[in-house]
Design a protein around this ligand. Structure first.
Ligand code: ASP
Length: 434
């Protein structure tokens, strides 16, 4: 631990990490907003500070694959296969249900606030839509099984890594019971090594977080410098609608579910906040994963055997914030081009946006690409020069701002679900919730 450090930087390491991160966040936003009003200075500023922000993101990314791999192998080796199956079913039901609720919340607020109403955008934007490729379900499912685990590790494909690690971990637990003592001993050692490797990675994450306040400051200032003023104006209502939806989902859905299982929302947020802030500034659920895993264990008292499985899964498929965003933005585009979505179109959006949120990668801006798929499903094609393309371009212009909030909720949802499932399994360390 860094506590009790002396020397020139003692004041830095000795002060509370979250306080430092929040100071970085606020200062970054202020600096960014001020810079945003002097467009001439933005470019120079960004190119100077960008490396300091990238440093933070790269450090986190560096650790993602080893963290998932080792903690999941160790986790799967220490959990009974039947329990793993039960946890898997529970978390999938939770993930799907909350995502569908999220789209619904987005649609309700968009109906109330009608973002984009009265714009009457007509074509002529030169934005060409990116192709959203939709694969058949069988292919998507089969792709979860890696043909070459090393390739999946090298590419950082999370679902195949999860699959391989679980299989490997289960394999270890069987070999541990081998009748040949030498082999059983070897399996025990392998388990210990994976456990120690996971532990080591968590230590590294702790170290990386010491840099977080600086990384946060830089990343936030860049977003506000580049995008801030754009959102103040016609797009303000979309931004507010999305953020209101996120807040209501957080308090209503997560708060409600947690309360049903006798867990307090405030305690939960206190435990989850480091992951939430990191998600907010990095705009990547996958990138935040090392922090998410660490707070789950250290602050929320969730055993690693569960969290090492449910959190990487959630970071890949559970995107409630993205679901809300997809609902609101589909509605915005309908209003903006003067063709508000009909009731049936909105029903379609509930289905396609839920599926699209599952398919969204946990990387910055991925949701904006999935929006194309949702639009397509209700007959709004983003074609060059069309009104839809113009409205879509407006959304793209403020995507970073929307992405921060939705990613934050995406990660929070994974943690809330994991805490609840862990509670139902009677394995939550309730001392951390008092
Ligand atoms: N950036 C989001 C995430 O990583 C995905 C999105 O763009 O909606 O969770």
């Amino acid at each position: 631990m860094a506590e009790g450090k002396k020397g020139a930087l003692g004041w830095y390491f000795n002060s509370n990490l979250l306080t430092r991160i929040l100071i970085g966040l606020v200062l970054g936003a202020i600096v960014g907003i001020i810079l945003g009003f002097t467009p001439g200075a933005v470019k120079g500023y960004v190119s100077f500070v960008q490396p300091f922000g990238d440093l933070f993101v790269r450090l986190l990314k560096m650790i993602v694959v080893p963290v998932i791999l080792f903690s999941l192998i160790a986790g799967a080796a220490s959990i009974a296969p039947s329990r793993l199956g039960r946890v898997g079913v529970k978390i999938m039901v939770y993930y799907l249900f909350t995502s569908a609720l999220a789209v619904l919340i987005g649609l309700v607020f968009a109906n109330i606030f009608q973002p984009g109403a009265g714009f009457n955008i007509v074509g002529a934007a030169d934005i060409k839509g990116k192709e959203a490729v939709v694969q058949p379900l069988a292919t998507i499912l089969l792709n979860i099984i890696p043909t070459n685990p090393m390739e999946s590790l090298a590419k950082g494909d999370v679902l195949p890594i999860i699959f391989f690690a679980v299989v490997f971990g289960l394999g270890i637990s069987f070999v541990k019971d081998s009748k040949t003592p030498a082999i059983a001993k070897g399996a025990d050692m392998l388990f210990d090594v994976c456990n120690a490797a996971a532990e080591t990675m968590y230590k590294v994450v702790k170290g990386i977080m010491q840099y977080a306040p600086i990384g946060v400051f830089v990343l936030i200032s860049i977003v506000f410098a580049q995008q801030g003023p754009k959102a103040i104006g016609p797009l303000l209502i979309v931004t507010l609608t999305v953020y209101l939806g996120l807040l209501v989902h957080l308090v209503g859905v997560y708060g409600g579910f947690l309360a049903v299982y006798k867990l307090g929302l405030i305690k939960f947020l206190k435990g989850a906040n480091e992951a939430m802030v990191t998600a907010f500034v990095t705009r990547s659920s996958s990138g935040t994963l090392p922090i998410t895993l660490r707070v789950a264990e250290e602050k929320l008292g969730i055993p690693r055997a569960t969290s090492s499985f449910t959190l990487p899964l959630g970071a890949t498929i559970n995107m409630d914030g993205t679901a809300i965003y997809l609902g609101v933005c589909a509605m915005f585009i309908g209003y903006a081009i003067g063709r508000p979505l009909t009731f049936n179109q909105q029903l379609t959006v509930i289905i396609t946006a839920t599926l699209a949120s599952i398919g969204t990668a946990g990387v910055p801006g991925a949701g904006a690409i999935m929006l194309l798929m949702v639009l397509e499903s209700i007959g709004l094609k983003v074609e060059a020069g069309s009104a839809v393309a113009a409205a879509y371009a407006m959304i793209l212009g403020i995507d970073a701002l929307l992405d921060m909030g939705r990613t934050c909720l995406n990660v929070t949802g994974d943690l809330a679900g994991t805490a609840i499932v862990s509670k139902t399994e009677n394995e939550l360390d309730l001392a951390k919730w008092r």
